[in-house]
Design a binder for this molecule. Structure first.
Ligand SMILES: Nc1ncnc2c1ncn2[C@@H]1O[C@H](COP(=O)(O)OP(=O)(O)OP(=O)(O)O)[C@@H](O)[C@H]1O
Length: 126
């Protein structure tokens, strides 16, 4: 039997990493109601994009806004999990970590709302 080539194992490790990442997104989707809301908002935004036939630059803005919110919510979920692991009991720093992580999501959501209003709102050529 042939020895596995270093290149093969590198490729396999990269594929496995993708698997872990997708598993992370799927697991967060199952546990986080907010993420399911973002999924719905993403479908609506993409639907609006096709309906209003937005430009390439507008698609780029919508994609950035959507991706940023998803990334922030996933990081927030990861931080919540680590905080619950290391500090299941009440601790002001645990609360601060969760509040700051939630704040990051809020900022990205407000920015996405602004992008949505500017791209799909009245008076912008649609
Ligand atoms: N171990 C803790 N020590 C101190 N405060 C905490 C702790 N866990 C949670 N909190 C406080 O309770 C808030 C809510 O925490 P929780 O873990 O319930 O998040 P959540 O509201 O379920 O978040 P999400 O809805 O995004 O999942 C935190 O933002 C924080 O202010």
């Amino acid at each position: 039997m042939a020895e596995p080539q270093p290149k093969d194992s590198l490729l396999r490790r990269r594929i496995a990493s993708f698997g872990h990442a997708f598993r992370g997104v799927a697991s967060a989707l199952r546990s986080e109601v907010h993420l399911r809301f973002h999924a719905l908002a993403t479908v609506v935004a993409v639907g609006f994009g096709f309906y209003f036939d937005i430009s390439g630059l507008e698609w780029a803005l919508v994609a950035l806004a959507v991706g940023t919110v998803w990334a922030a919510e996933l990081m927030n979920t990861a931080i919540e999990a680590v905080v619950d692991l290391v500090s299941p009991e009440y601790h002001p720093l645990a609360g601060k970590a969760k509040d700051v992580a939630a704040g990051a999501v809020l900022i990205t959501a407000v920015a996405a709302l602004v992008v949505g209003l500017l791209v799909f709102g009245p008076g912008y050529g649609h």
